[in-house]
Ligand binder design. Sequence first.
Ligand code: NI
Length: 140
Amino acid sequence: MVYVSRKEHFNAAHKLYNPAWTDEKNKEVFGPCANTNWHGHNFELITTVKGIPDAETGFVVDLKALSHIIKEKIVDRLDHKNLNLDVDFLEGKMASCEILVIEIWKILAPEIKAITPQGELYSLKLYETPRNFVEYFGEA
Ligand code: NI
């Protein structure tokens, strides 16, 4: 089994805010991340596909095709956007890295299956800052 990864980048704004709570409780739990007028991050998304290299191409997945899918299905919908306001697949959800990575998985997993019969999505790593990142393997 070989693991093949592609790194993509996007900038986005958000805030962490639970509308069911008071402003005071949001500030208490989320600190400056609850700042009313948003803040931004330079996100990095690392998509890893696992599989057996194809006998004819030697590829687990065509990285050009993988990059195209991530760009079209994810990056174009998130880059320079406000995660709380502009992104249809986050509507009504908390704009945290954890929720975002789960929603990205739901979109990418079937798309990746369609371009690589011998491979599948293995993991997503989403960096919010160089020091803070989440990792997801598709488990509930
Ligand atoms: Ni933030």
